[in-house]
Ligand binder design. Structure first.
Ligand code: ADP
Length: 312
């Protein structure tokens, strides 16, 4: 209930704030009834739709389960003591934070900064986890679900660095629970994706789709293995990286991964540059300009698993 949540989060005090995103603030809380640490996302929408449809849509979101999706535990909808409409989503807590902070530690506060870089194998495992989650949403759910806003801050890591995709179904939740506010959110918030990760056709008014998610995944993959954000020279229009693929990979690409491991854990005789080249090729095939030329998520997953099996 709202009262329980108020207690669990200490009345949403700033000391429990763990992040702030396009839809609202995220707090860490202890649910006393279950003695469980959770993440509470308090939605900050311009206008809330009917509570009943919000709760119904949350119920159907709870049924979407996969080992690489962040589990939605429950939802809360209430009127707070000031008479304001209050909506929150309660997720399982991910102790290792978001992939974004692992990829760009120089940009985060010292208290949450990871103590080391991710190894090449850890990156490949995370990429496989995210691809599995998307394959599930796109192909194995009873109706295909497009994530619409895949990016490193929506990839969360649990205690053993298994990746769990978050914010899936949020676009649908807003669409189904209130058409009007969804349209408002369209222009301002992340439903249409995030610059750098959103497929080019979204900018031309095309509806978000599973093909669009593949594009975002491609960008994420390239970012994971170059350490560069999408606005960087590595893939302005993809051309720079594409041209590297046809020659040899520049040394600074290797700086992204943890060089402290001997040969990065690769099998003897399997060069890192060759492994990266194959990963980049997958990324670029996801980032094709034309949506129908992009790989499908089951193909992406197969390619990544085969790279892992070959090199490690
Ligand atoms: P965005 O819109 O950037 O995706 P979110 O609102 O989803 O932001 O989350 C903001 C931040 O809060 C994330 O980058 C992450 O650091 C943190 N966070 C969100 N959900 C969880 C969770 N379930 N467990 C741990 N941290 C979380």
């Amino acid at each position: 209930s709202y009262g329980d949540l108020q207690n669990a989060t200490n009345g949403f005090s700033s000391s429990n704030l763990i992040g702030s995103g396009s839809f609202g603030k995220v707090y860490k809380a202890l649910l006393p009834t279950e003695n469980k640490v959770v993440a509470v996302k308090v939605l900050n929408l311009e206008r809330h739709g009917a509570m009943k449809s919000f709760m119904a849509e949350c119920e159907s979101l709870k049924d979407i389960r996969h080992r690489n999706l962040v589990k939605l535990l429950t939802a809360c909808s209430s009127i707070d003591f000031q008479g304001n409409d209050f909506r929150a989503l309660i997720y399982e807590f991910m102790p290792n934070g978001s992939l974004d902070m692992w990829l760009h530690p120089e940009e985060v506060e010292e208290s949450v900064m990871p103590s080391r870089k991710l190894t090449l194998l850890e990156r490949l495992n995370i990429a496989i986890d995210v691809a599995s989650a998307l394959e599930y949403l796109h192909i194995h759910c009873h109706e295909p679900i497009a994530h619409c806003d895949l990016k490193p801050s929506n990839v969360l890591l649990d205690g053993d660095l298994t990746a769990h995709v978050s914010d899936f179904g949020l676009a649908r939740l807003l669409l189904k629970s209130d058409q009007g506010s969804f349209l408002n959110q369209f222009s301002s918030a992340g439903v249409r994706g995030t610059i750098g990760y959103a497929a080019p056709e979204y900018g031309m008014g095309v509806q978000p789709s599973t093909n669009g998610d593949v594009y975002s995944f491609g960008v994420l993959l390239l970012e994971m293995f170059t350490g560069k954000r999408p606005t960087n020279e590595f893939f302005v229009g993809n051309f720079t990286l594409r041209s590297y693929i046809n020659s040899s990979l520049p040394e600074q690409v290797l700086d992204a991964v943890d060089g402290s491991l001997p040969n990065n854990g690769l099998r003897v005789g399997f060069p890192i540059a060759e492994c990266l080249r194959l990963v980049f090729e997958v990324g670029l095939r996801c980032c094709e300009e034309s949506p129908t030329n992009r790989l499908a998520m089951n193909e992406v997953l197969k390619e990544l698993v085969s790279i892992k099996e070959r090199f490690f």
